[in-house]
Design a protein around this ligand. Structure first.
Ligand code: I3P
Length: 108
């Protein structure tokens, strides 16, 4: 599963708010339990080992993913929580795309 999403880091860990809280357009790739972000699809195709801002891929095991009904500033937003406490908001292009991502990420 892969595609363009807009992403905002919210929590870095259970107790630490993310310092960079701005929305970034990223190319997201889910492979097995690992979720990686890339600058764009071209960058992913050219160098799949080099992630957006040199981030490490996120292990989704033990995490959770659901629509973010409480976040009302943007539409089609969902929330991803990782087992270590990190949390992100993602914006999909429509509700259908959001459903697909939430289903895939919740299962990973
Ligand atoms: C952030 C940016 C985000 C905003 C966030 C700001 O500033 O404006 O869009 O989140 O608010 O800190 P910057 O671009 O300077 O990093 P929202 O879009 O959700 O409002 P926050 O700190 O309240 O999360």
């Amino acid at each position: 599963v892969e595609g363009v999403l807009t992403r905002k880091p919210v929590w870095e860990s259970q107790t630490k708010k993310a310092s960079n809280r701005s929305w970034d357009k990223v190319y997201i790739v889910l492979r097995g339990n690992l979720l990686s972000a890339y600058k764009d699809q071209k960058s992913y195709n050219a160098s799949p080992g080099i992630c957006f801002k040199n981030e490490s891929p996120s292990d989704l095991r033990g995490g959770s993913c659901e629509t973010a009904e409480d976040y009302t500033k943007k539409k089609h937003v969902f929330r991803l929580k990782l087992s270590g406490g990190a949390e992100y908001l993602f914006q999909a292009k429509d509700d259908n795309e959001r459903s697909k991502w939430v289903t895939s990420l919740a299962q990973a």
